[in-house]
Design a protein around this ligand. Structure first.
Ligand code: DOR
Ligand code: ZN
Length: 348
């Protein structure tokens, strides 16, 4: 059927395999907006201070559940923030807790709140060995941090310098290459041996780096890894629409207050939790592949994480609506991606 004739879409309820909810007084809005879209989400641990222990993850999980409205069954899937000093014992505790589903690698200095991240993966080998043994996946922010490497090349260099050597050392370690942005990463994940998956954000499927500079500098399109050239966006679209079960939705919705983005040194992150599913639908529709959407949003992720696929369905209708100019964010405001612009699909 030609895509333009499709007016409604019914799919298994999606999960978000990469989400930043933050903490404190913003949790109420970030968590309740995500819960309207997703049944479950992998919650990123880059708080201040970062979530480095199972105990801290349990407390953060409780704060998220307390912030949610009563009528939701949203389930936060917690992660730990890997440091040079995370002991293997912490991995055993994480596994026993049943609430921790991954350990996040932030190369130190790579992005927001990554100062406490890993300076060298060699320091983490015993801990990574324990993760391999326990079957806990390593969720990687896949960029090198060497400032002499061009920002647009940092992901591709990471594959050669970090990812391939690590996977030689620990071939059975489960890995999620988070928020991939390049043809190199899409091809690596498609072809590599062993247990590897990748998340792809809606913004990297919809926009290329030109969007950062349309008539001036556009801070709300600035995220890390940064938007890339069009050929990379096309490679991501190809990867997610090929029914390859290694690719799944992870919004990397990363809210920052308006003033922290519209700033002489603006923070990285696009806020999409309020309309991510609609953005994904728009991306799949653009390439005429709507029938592949459900695999990417609702089936591949749970299979990778050994969790059940959701039972309930959601419905989207083809209906033009305007993304709000701003949304509440504690006492401040957050500007959603594509604020004030029209979008063609609406979640019912
Ligand atoms: O753009 C980003 N924002 N990329 C990240 O890796 C972190 C995130 C954040 O936490 O703001
Ligand atoms: Zn992220």
């Amino acid at each position: 059927m030609p895509q333009s004739n499709i007016q409604t879409l019914s799919i298994i309820q999606p999960d978000d395999w990469h989400l930043h909810l933050r903490d404190g007084d913003v949790l109420q809005s970030t968590a309740s907006q995500a819960a309207k879209q997703f049944r479950r989400a992998i919650i990123m641990p880059n708080l201040r201070p970062p979530v480095t222990t199972t105990e801290a993850a349990q407390q953060y999980r409780k704060r998220i559940l307390d912030a949610l409205p009563g009528n939701t069954n949203f389930e936060p899937l917690m992660t730990l923030y890997l440091t040079d000093n995370t002991p293997p014992e912490e991995i055993r505790k994480a596994k026993e807790s049943g609430i921790v589903h991954g350990v996040k690698l932030y190369p130190a200095g790579a992005t927001t709140n990554s100062d406490a991240g890993v300076t060298s993966l060699d320091r983490c080998i015993p801990t990574l060995e324990e993760m391999q043994k326990q079957g806990i996946p390593l969720l990687m922010h896949g960029e090198v941090t060497d400032p002499s490497i061009d920002i647009f090349d940092r992901e591709a260099v990471f594959i050669d310098k970090v990812l391939i050597p690590l996977r030689k050392k620990l071939p059975d370690l489960k890995i999620v290459f988070e928020h991939i942005t390049t043809k190199a990463a899409a091809e690596y994940v498609t072809e590599a041996d062993g247990y590897i998956g990748a998340t792809v954000t809606p913004h990297h499927l919809l926009f290329n780096r030109n969007s950062l500079f349309v008539g001036g500098i556009r801070p709300h399109y600035y995220c890390l890894p940064i938007l890339k050239r069009e050929e990379n966006r096309q490679a991501l679209l190809k990867a997610v629409t090929h029914k390859n079960s290694r690719f799944f939705a992870g919004t990397d919705s990363a809210p920052h207050a308006k003033g922290a983005k519209e700033n002489a040194c603006g923070c990285a992150g696009c806020y999409t939790a309020s309309h991510a599913i609609e953005l994904y639908v728009q991306a799949f529709e653009e390439v005429g592949e709507l029938e592949k959407l459900e695999w990417f949003t609702s089936i591949n992720g749970p299979k990778f994480y050994n969790l059940p696929v959701n039972r309930n369905k959601i419905t989207l209708v083809k209906e033009e609506w305007k993304i709000p100019d701003e949304l509440p964010f504690g006492h401040e405001k957050v500007i959603p991606l594509m604020a004030g612009e029209s979008i063609h699909w609406k979640l019912k």
